[in-house]
Design a protein around this ligand. Structure first.
Ligand code: UDP
Ligand code: MG
Length: 167
């Protein structure tokens, strides 16, 4: 069954210059990249993305981590991969959440670490199921940023508003 999955290369992955390496690993999946961009992550976006972890003792540090405050890299790379069993394939290549438990051949097992305050810096995010993937992709991307039609869209009339254009 064809599925979409949100992948984030987290700030530690960017800081460690692992982008090419991670994309190469993910390419083993033979999935198609249907969207990609760099994102400066707001507090709101980070908190919404990790809403299921609100209340955990590491939540505030996790938000700082995703926003790049721990790595002086205020950005993440967001991608959507699409294809047969995309979620399972990407989660397998990513490895377990805890980098110390992740198999050493996986992305997290190879490059992740646990900080002294206990945050798992595991270099990559991959959606964990179809419902989460849909919620996350809609959170990170506008329909026109994805080159295939993944989800039902609607036409909205945009109110007159200022936006940046090429001069
Ligand atoms: N995390 C952490 N400590 C934990 C659990 C999670 O630092 O005990 C962080 C870790 O960076 C993880 C993210 O929170 O990737 C989201 O957690 P989740 O349980 O959703 O794991 P994932 O889906 O990323 O494998
Ligand atoms: Mg998760």
């Amino acid at each position: 069954m064809n599925q979409a999955v949100l992948i984030l290369i987290k700030p530690d992955g960017l800081k460690k210059s692992l982008t090419g390496n991670i994309l190469t690993r993910l390419s083993e999946s033979k999935l198609e990249i249907v969207a990609a961009k760099m994102v400066r992550v707001s507090k709101e976006l980070a908190e919404e993305h990790y809403q299921h972890l609100k209340g955990k003792p590491f939540f505030n540090e996790l938000i700082k981590y995703l926003r790049g405050e721990l790595h002086d890299r205020r950005k993440v790379m967001a991608l959507v991969y699409w294809g047969e069993d995309a979620i399972e394939k990407c989660r397998e290549l990513a490895g377990s959440t805890n980098p110390e438990e992740a198999e050493s051949t996986t992305i997290r097992g190879s490059y992740g670490r646990i900080t002294t305050i206990g945050v798992y810096e595991n270099v990559i995010h991959a959606s964990s199921n179809e419902a989460e993937a849909e919620r996350e992709i809609k959170l990170w991307f506008m329909p026109e940023e994805i080159i295939v039609d993944l989800y039902v869209t609607t036409q909205v009339l945009e109110k007159e508003r200022k936006k940046k254009a090429w001069a």
